[in-house]
Write a protein that binds this ligand. Structure first.
Ligand code: MRU
Length: 349
């Protein structure tokens, strides 16, 4: 991604630093107030970075977990061969337990782990695998942009939710990729950005990413979306996914379900954009997964770079589900690296 404000032409939200032999993550908690890249070289710290949302967004979490296996391998490098596997297994388990929704985490971590086992714990080979997966993800997002752009007409207003841009996906984005491409091709596109309570990934990260690309956008409160739809001020809704089942059911950031219901009511096309690592080919139902409930402080306090301000009645409890589940009947189509697919197409994958 380009970060115009800092004069950076090519940077990924998740990367491996060859000289320092560590993972580098753009600290997403600080965007848009500050820009900082942190180094990670222990499994414990990688896990903490995922849990505290230094890195967030399903594909970015996945890539972090893949590089996390390399970090784990380096930690067990000097163990007796007989102990290596069990120690590595422990670290894999820790990585997998960091967040429950994003299936990319499982897909990336397991693939990299299998390479580690097959190559007899070769750090070089495992790193090559992690890099290959990261590069494939960026290519997938590029393809999503190419196919998704065709859905956007000159003059369209697109509504998006949370953050499914370059920060969430290593580079390029999923939901934002078609918008970036439409803008590059000279289409006039306006974006309505749901602020996305409670953590405000829309107001903070998506808005900042759109600004880097010079795309016209307005941040809206989450509750304004249905009103704007009713006034025909939204042409399309495009958002990402954290897990999509083969029957087309999508788990995504809380608020997605109500957007989908509203879009259906007002006859507005609703698309979910995701790479193949977000497709869960094994599971039959979302009931198999725990919905992540996050700390109530995310609701009761608003945070900026340095401040955390109480904005609710201190002694009230708060309920904070972070994801919801949208059935396929509310989804017009799936923007994937292979094109715009229907739920029947997904079934064949
Ligand atoms: O809790 P987060 O910020 O990791 O949530 C993930 C998301 O940003 C969204 O659900 C997104 O639409 C899917 S990830 C590209």
């Amino acid at each position: 991604m380009k970060i115009k404000a800092l004069g950076l032409e090519e940077i990924r939200s998740v990367d491996w630093n060859v000289e320092k032999e560590c993972i580098q993550l753009i600290d997403q908690r600080l965007i848009p107030f500050d820009f900082k890249i942190n180094d990670y070289n222990t499994t414990i710290d990688v896990c903490k970075a995922i849990q505290t949302m230094v890195v967030r967004g399903a594909p970015a979490i996945g890539a972090t977990a893949a590089y996390g296996i390399v970090v784990a391998l380096k930690e067990v490098e000097n163990y007796e061969v007989s102990d290596k596997k069990s120690k590595l297994d422990e670290k894999l388990k820790q990585l997998l337990a960091t967040r429950p929704t994003a299936v990319d985490l499982v897909n990336f971590a397991l693939e990299t782990y299998q390479t580690a086992i097959k190559t007899n714990f070769s750090i070089e080979e495992t790193l090559l695998k992690a890099e290959l997966l990261a590069n494939e993800m960026v290519k997938d997002c590029t393809q999503i942009g190419i196919y998704g752009e065709e859905l956007i007409n000159d003059g369209d207003t697109v509504l998006t939710h949370c953050n499914a841009g370059p920060m969430a996906t290593i580079d390029k984005g999923t939901a934002l990729a078609p918008i970036f491409r439409a803008n590059e091709k000279g289409k006039n596109v306006k974006v309505l950005v749901d602020e996305t309570r409670p953590r405000l990934q829309g107001a903070k990260i998506t808005a900042w990413e759109l600004e880097q690309e010079g795309i016209d956008h307005y941040i809206i409160s989450d509750s304004a979306a249905s009103f704007l739809m009713s006034k025909r001020q939204v042409d399309k809704v495009i958002l990402g996914a954290d897990r999509c089942l083969k029957d087309g059911t999508v788990s995504n950031k809380i608020g997605t379900l109500s957007l989908a219901v509203n879009a259906k009511y007002f006859g507005i096309p609703f698309y979910s954009a995701f790479p193949w690592t977000t497709l869960d080919k094994e599971s039959k139902s979302m009931e198999e997964f725990e919905i992540e409930y996050r700390n109530e402080d995310e609701i009761k306090y608003i945070t900026s770079a340095k401040e955390k301000i109480l904005v609710a009645n201190l002694n009230s409890k708060a309920l904070n589900p972070a994801f919801d589940i949208t059935p396929a009947e509310l989804i017009t189509g799936y923007i994937t690296p292979d094109g715009i697919l229907s739920k029947e197409d997904l079934m064949k994958k």
